[in-house]
Design a protein around this ligand. Structure first.
Ligand SMILES: Cc1ncc(C[n+]2csc(CCOP(=O)(O)OP(=O)(O)O)c2C)c(N)n1
Ligand SMILES: [Mg+2]
Length: 325
């Protein structure tokens, strides 16, 4: 797949937007403005962005919980302001009923994720079957982590999808950690992509820090699925520059990850990699970057204003607390 200059700038812009929103969510959590907690996507933005930026609006995605699906939603062209507002505990009435932490917007093919990792496998198989039967050539793209891939639900869904040649692309975001457990301690093989062989589907490994490589691999698999040739598995070797969730101890096994280790991981920053590639090909210029940065800053400011000014739910849970008094 050869991407146009416009496509490549879209990928870069979506990465920058994702990072900016991710940092905004982290900042607002620290300010006490965000409900719950936040699993930052810092360093692991490329699989979601690359995997969603060239899908059709009616293609269906089941995002991964990293960044609470922000990389995937931004790739899919969904306005994040509603998601931010609902994370702030506000009512927006927008975007087909997205709900906090379980992003859902069926108008834009967003079918959310559950707090139970691995539950998106059977849901994807279900929608894949519906897509095959409705004849609209829709494709389902299911994102999951290396930890999530340990669930038995993966095997049931892989078997059904492969046997029935369902239009599904499975995208594993392997960041080498399942919460605190290193990949080597929970897997007997080096590549999760190897599982594909047992289900008679293509399985490939891509550099998950290279958003262009991810987009190329996912686009090829999605085209294949759209033509009725069945599912594929793409394993993106990616990273996480932050703890499992913001402010958690950054454990790997029984050790805290060291600053040196994180600095080493940051050498594979997806934004820097994409930036370098596009600068070398003279696709990005200083002027384009300034324009993108200004547009992203304006988008963030508007989203924050929207979140802060949206009304709280009625009746408020705080009212109930007052009654209890
Ligand atoms: C069924 C289930 N078991 C355990 C958990 C607790 N849990 C939340 S995230 C997570 C690790 C997920 O690891 P991975 O799938 O690799 O995604 P990552 O967080 O690394 O992006 C675990 C064990 C859960 N949410 N659901
Ligand atoms: Mg992981």
């Amino acid at each position: 797949m050869k991407f146009s200059k416009k496509d490549l700038i879209k990928l870069y812009t979506n990465l920058v937007r994702t990072r900016a929103f991710d940092e905004l969510f982290t900042r607002r959590l620290g300010q006490g403005k965000l409900l719950g907690f936040y699993h930052s996507s810092l360093g692991g933005e490329a699989p979601g962005v690359g995997g969603c930026s060239f899908l059709r609006k009616d293609d269906v995605i089941f995002p991964h919980h990293r960044g609470h699906g922000i990389p995937h939603m931004i790739g899919k062209g969904i306005d994040i302001k509603y998601f931010l507002a609902e994370h702030t505990g506000k009512v927006t009435g927008g975007c087909g009923g997205m709900s906090t932490f379980h992003c859902f917007d069926s108008d834009n093919g967003l079918y959310g994720y559950s707090g139970l990792i691995g539950s998106s496998f059977p849901l994807s198989a279900g929608y894949g079957l519906a897509a095959k039967r409705n004849g609209r050539e829709q494709v389902v793209v299911c994102f999951f982590g290396d930890g999530g891939s340990n669930r038995g639900t993966l095997h049931e869904a892989f078997l059904m999808a492969s046997t029935w040649k369902l239009p599904i692309t499975w995208v594993c975001e392997n960041n080498g950690l399942s919460q605190f457990v290193p990949f080597e301690q929970s897997y007997p093989v080096n590549d999760i992509a190897d599982l594909a062989q047992g289900y008679g589907m293509p399985g490939i490994v891509v550099d998950g820090q290279d958003v262009i490589a991810v987009a190329e691999a996912v686009t090829a698999a999605v085209d294949r699925a759209r033509k009725g040739k069945g599912p594929s598995l793409i394993e993106c070797k990616t990273s996480r520059f932050c703890p499992h969730f913001v402010s958690a101890p950054d454990m790997c096994g029984c050790e805290i990850r060291s600053d040196e280790e994180i600095e080493e991981l940051k050498k594979q920053d997806p934004i820097v990699i994409c930036h370098k590639k596009l600068m070398a090909r003279k696709i990005l210029t200083k002027k384009t970057i300034e324009k993108i940065d200004a547009e992203v800053a304006a988008e963030l400011e508007a989203a924050e204003k929207f979140a802060d000014e949206s009304p709280p739910p009625e009746p408020s849970i705080f009212d109930d607390l007052l009654y209890a008094n």
